[in-house]
Design a protein around this ligand. Sequence first.
Ligand SMILES: [Zn+2]
Ligand SMILES: [Zn+2]
Length: 335
Amino acid sequence: MYSSTITQYEERAPEPRVEPDQPMEIKDVPRRQLQPFIYRNIIVLAILHVVAFYTLFFHSLEAKLYTWLLSPFWGYTGGLGITAGAHRLWAHRSYSAKLPLRIFLAFIYCMAGQTHLSKWIRDHRTHHRYTETPADPHDANRGFFFSHIGWLMMKRHPAVKQYGSKIDMSDIKADPVIQFFDKYYIPIMILLTFVIPTLIPVYCWNETWRLSIYAVIIRYVWLLNVTFFVNSFAHMWGNRPYNSSLRPTENPTVSFFTLGEGWHNYHHSFPWDYKAAELGNFSLNGSAAFINLMAKTGLAYDLKSPSKELVEKTALKKGDGTQSLWGTKFEHKKY
Ligand SMILES: [Zn+2]
Ligand SMILES: [Zn+2]
């Protein structure tokens, strides 16, 4: 039965994927250290954004309807590879997946064109282990621009390298699916992110090459920014019902665009929950709906989730007293 695959934890489930002891106190590391610019990234990102915005505003209406439909389909499918695959399955081990599902998730992850799976996972584990310290790859204390995209425009803070290298990645190194997709990432990614979605409109419904390439650039830039929303918007704006001492927030807008990754105060409080949210509101959590569907087929199993009591107790003890969805004041149930 599907429901029997969900493990309800009364206490916080252990997160065994990070090294517990560190050689130096992270709080003593200066937040700003020399981080030379990576000019190649700055130029490429700038050109992509200029082209995407220019073509979106001046040429998108020239595109055929199917070209319009293909872009969000491709973007959300790649996005699902990030959220249900790289994030919830691999980075947090919040559920387990059988081989066909792991292959499928790694495959669609490559449609997003971000980076090697193991790099994404290490960065994300580092982000959770050292949230908003100098070792956080996209430390939100350094402002909106840095946490959104600026962190990709400069060499990493030495603390990110030092502490990130200590994150336990043994499970990832032992996963043959990740090893395969990492090894052949560049050709697979180029094909799935850029080549095939350019060819489909041209050969299937006679779109022009020019508009087909524009659509790919717009979708690529869109998905990059949507992913970055989680690191910037969802670490700045919104309420904190589960732990007011954590900076990450509940942000329904980000959840809408990211298939449910904007319930970020909850996610940083219970990172091992496969839903990455308390609410079962699947219109704003497509990734959880997908994992539930996979659990029904038996391809996903051991879905982890805290008990309702633990969530309520945590919110009562540490939260800011707001309701998780829209930030309105909330009457906590007394025990
Ligand atoms: Zn975060
Ligand atoms: Zn996470």
